[in-house]
Design a binder for this molecule. Structure first.
Ligand code: ASP
Ligand code: MG
Length: 410
């Protein structure tokens, strides 16, 4: 009997009525002759509410206690789902992360799965149970509960699919699949039938909502991931190995697969800091200790052994980052800090651009034609990102979407 691994996101499970509706979908799959394992996220905004609740008790909740608290969100949804399936007359059992054999390291709030022992899951499947597993959580060697970082249920699902050697992992959510751009920004955005793991990794880190670790896991264990809607039966998008994409390879290699956009970018520039070994480390060490993610970094050429260093952070991290920088800059005589908000990131992503400089020129020209100034540029092998003014984001995204032939059916 084939093993089917499905994950349902929090927005698909926001109410008890929704849980009952999804329970029927799951039961149907079982009736069709599959062994069914389902990973669930917490209902609706439960995780946000639990974080708020903790913050209303203390500004600095203990990471261990916070993890145990957050894990209850997924326990609620998995137990209710098991009850809903049983009420339809099928056998079901819910398992916490620990009961499902999910081992992690000890980094509370961002733990990594270190191993899975799927024996209990297999046992329950052999007893003809539909197995419902709490996503986003695991347990350390010391039996402390950990969580995997926001959106971590995707990672749980792919890891479980890998450990059960399932053919693929199905992720059901509130969108129909992966789009060539955010349809709210680019109305002509199209749903992709297939996308490669590496492209999706860039998409997930640069705008499209999916937990990047789940994609890394899919790539590492070669588990294709289907992303589809939990509200309808439309086909969705399959994320799989680049070599296995069902498309003329030449066409695939030449395409840009998607445009990603991200608002709320802020930048900080440190003016006239000393240009000598160790300074950059001195600047970024306290930033990373404060858990602030730095994105694009540009260091200028030095004049009289002084240089300017610019980097971007999320708008919400701007104030804490400036506070930290003020302390750092105090040590350097004559240095100054300036900052800017209302910036956005726009990226083109596609394996096609590897070793092909033409893509960058095309992107810059398209922005220039629309009179959009590029503030900063960063690239990977398969991505080019520009920082621009947020007010130009829509126009930029729409014109790049058409420039790279994504407006037409693909
Ligand atoms: N409930 C967790 C969150 O909201 C995990 C997840 O949804 O995947 O981040
Ligand atoms: Mg969630």
């Amino acid at each position: 009997m084939p093993i089917l691994v499905q994950k349902y996101g929090g927005s698909s499970l926001a109410t008890s009525k929704q849980i009952s509706t999804i329970a029927k979908r799951i039961a149907e799959k079982y009736q069709q002759g599959n062994k069914v394992v389902v990973i669930v996220s917490a209902m609706g905004k439960t995780t946000d509410e639990l974080i708020e609740l903790a913050n209303s008790i203390t500004k600095d909740p203990s990471p261990r206690e916070l993890d145990l608290l957050l894990s209850t969100g997924e326990l609620i949804s998995c137990t209710l789902m098991a009850m809903a399936i049983k009420s339809l007359g099928f056998n079901a059992i819910s398992l916490s992360g620990a009961q499902a054999g999910i081992q992690t390291d000890t980094r509370h709030g961002k733990a990594k799965i270190s191993g899975i022992n799927p024996d209990r899951i297999k046992n329950e499947l052999d007893k003809n149970n539909i197995v419902i597993i709490a996503g986003f959580q695991g347990v350390t060697d010391e039996m402390d509960t950990t969580t995997l970082g926001r959106g971590g249920s995707d990672t749980t699902a792919v890891a479980i699919a890998a450990s059960l050697k399932a053919k693929q992992c199905e992720i059901y959510t509130d969108v129909d699949g992966i789009y060539t751009a955010d349809p709210r920004i680019v109305p002509k955005a199209k749903k992709l039938t297939e996308i490669g793991f590496n492209e999706m990794l860039e998409m997930a880190s640069y705008g499209a909502k999916m937990n990047p670790r789940s994609i890394e896991m899919g790539l590492a264990y070669n588990i294709p991931i289907l992303v589809a809607s939990s509200f309808n039966n439309k086909p969705g998008t399959i994320i799989k190995k680049e070599e296995e994409i069902n498309m003329d390879i030449h066409e695939y290699r030449n395409r840009v697969s998607g445009i990603t956009t991200e608002k709320d970018v802020a930048k900080i520039t440190l003016l006239k800091i000393p240009d000598k070994p160790g300074i950059t480390a001195k600047v970024f060490q306290p930033i990373s200790e404060a858990n602030i993610n730095v994105d694009v970094i540009v260091k200028n050429t030095s004049v009289n052994n002084k240089t300017d260093l610019t980097f971007t952070v999320k708008k919400s991290d701007l104030n804490p980052a400036i506070n930290i920088m003020e302390k750092v800059v105090k040590e350097f005589k004559g240095s100054n800090i300036i900052s800017k908000t209302n910036l956005a990131k726009i990226s083109i992503i596609g394996t096609g651009m590897q070793d092909s400089p033409g893509y960058a020129t095309k992107m810059f020209n398209s922005l220039a034609t629309n009179n959009i100034n590029i503030d900063m540029i960063t690239t990977s092998e398969i991505r080019i990102t520009c920082i621009i003014e947020e007010l130009h984001l829509k126009i930029a995204a729409q014109s790049l979407h058409s420039e790279f032939n994504l407006d037409n059916n693909i």
